[in-house]
Design a protein around this ligand. Sequence first.
Ligand SMILES: Cc1cc2nc3c(=O)[nH]c(=O)nc-3n(C[C@H](O)[C@H](O)[C@H](O)COP(=O)(O)OP(=O)(O)OC[C@H]3O[C@@H](n4cnc5c(N)ncnc54)[C@H](O)[C@@H]3O)c2cc1C
Length: 432
Amino acid sequence: MPKNIIVIGGGISGLTAAHRLSKDGIKVTLVESSDRLGGLGTFFNYKDKWIDKFYHCQMPSDKPLLDLINQVGLTDKLYWEPTRMGFSVDNKRYSFNGPIDLLKFNPLSFINRIRFGIASLLIRQLGKGKDLDNTRIEDWFIQLYGKDVWDKILEPLFRSKFGSHAGNLPALYIWQRLEREKNKSKRGYLKTGLKGFIDALENKIVENSGEILLNSQVKSLEENEQGITVNLANGTYLQSDWIISTVPIPILKEILPADLKKDFNLPDLTYQGVVNALFFLKKPLDNFYWQPVVNSNTEFDGVVEMSELVNINQYNNLYLTYTMKYCNKESDLFNEDEESIAKRWKEQLKNLFSDIPLNDEDIVDIKVFKAPYVEPIYPLGYSKLKPKIQSGNSKILLATSAQVYPSITSWNSSVDLANKVVDYIYQNKKFK
Ligand SMILES: Cc1cc2nc3c(=O)[nH]c(=O)nc-3n(C[C@H](O)[C@H](O)[C@H](O)COP(=O)(O)OP(=O)(O)OC[C@H]3O[C@@H](n4cnc5c(N)ncnc54)[C@H](O)[C@@H]3O)c2cc1C
């Protein structure tokens, strides 16, 4: 009999694992708590089109993800576009795409613009051989860029993602990130939208006799002689030989058996969640894919003009712009109702782009979405603290995004990790 594996979580990580296992003839069941697959890459229906709840794009360096796209037969639907970056500081918007733009970037003094350019060019080299995992990003960047650049540009940029913890992040994490997020680069997207990709994965899993259970929240796990019992919130249970859990650490802590929780020595991680407001507009804004917004009287910290990458046909001929604020799920903003966030952010967006002008009649619709667990706030020395795949002989394995450090949390990192966990099972003698 083939072994039976339950994968917990129907985001990209869980779908990758379930796809690999079912393709290899292993009996796999994927359990997802919500009514839809995709996790943070999920979507909603808007006037007969499927729209991503959270802005997503792919990068040319996303090799494991591109391999997976190929395996489900969607490579010919993937396209690449050069995209541009903007920067909004003190209510003024700048193009930020290379040396000429940098020379014109008034928020920094001339000398700091030169320093910023040189330090950015050398940063890959300068980081080599340093213990960046144990170095605070604030300390390293003040050394490299100077205090003015840190205070004016870099600190607000990192604060937008990590709040008051920004300066304490390990420099290693940011260093890795810079490589993936070069300001002017090609970005990729699937003509099918994220939904087409998630559907293709789902179809492959089902074709290979895998089972997918939606609306099935895992409440607790018990290891016993027979294997593992998975207790669901609806009162039923499933039995399995192995488990791959892809849920965030705080949820994992709730479902793991007490002794295993101790053995895994799971770190106490605070997560940033996110609030995204999607604006369906009659016209484009600045034609920048991505624009951080610093000190410009907005609660959101960035603007992504998705229509720079995606044909407006996919949005009922409207221009889709995402605005976002990363915040803790306990924050006031996260707990505020969607309607009042939409109302306030609309005025802030209109003010920010008043020169275009952006008026009420240009804004056709606004949708607000939230996610509680997007990215952990990593402490110094996290390389040694991050959870292992397995603890002792337990057959509950972890493939959660808190393990991808120092890579950034992305679809690519999750696909890579899920593949590693499946390889790990295959190498385990007891599995064979
Ligand atoms: C605003 C935003 C923008 C982003 N932009 C990009 C981008 O441009 N490119 C990119 O590559 N990545 C991007 N990402 C990151 C990417 O979405 C994530 O890194 C990735 O989706 C994580 O996938 P995952 O499967 O590891 O976790 P998740 O997607 O979080 O999946 C976990 C799943 O587990 C389910 N679950 C939770 N608890 C239980 C339970 N008890 N029982 C059963 N199921 C449970 C959840 O419902 C969820 O479906 C972005 C994310 C956000 C929020």
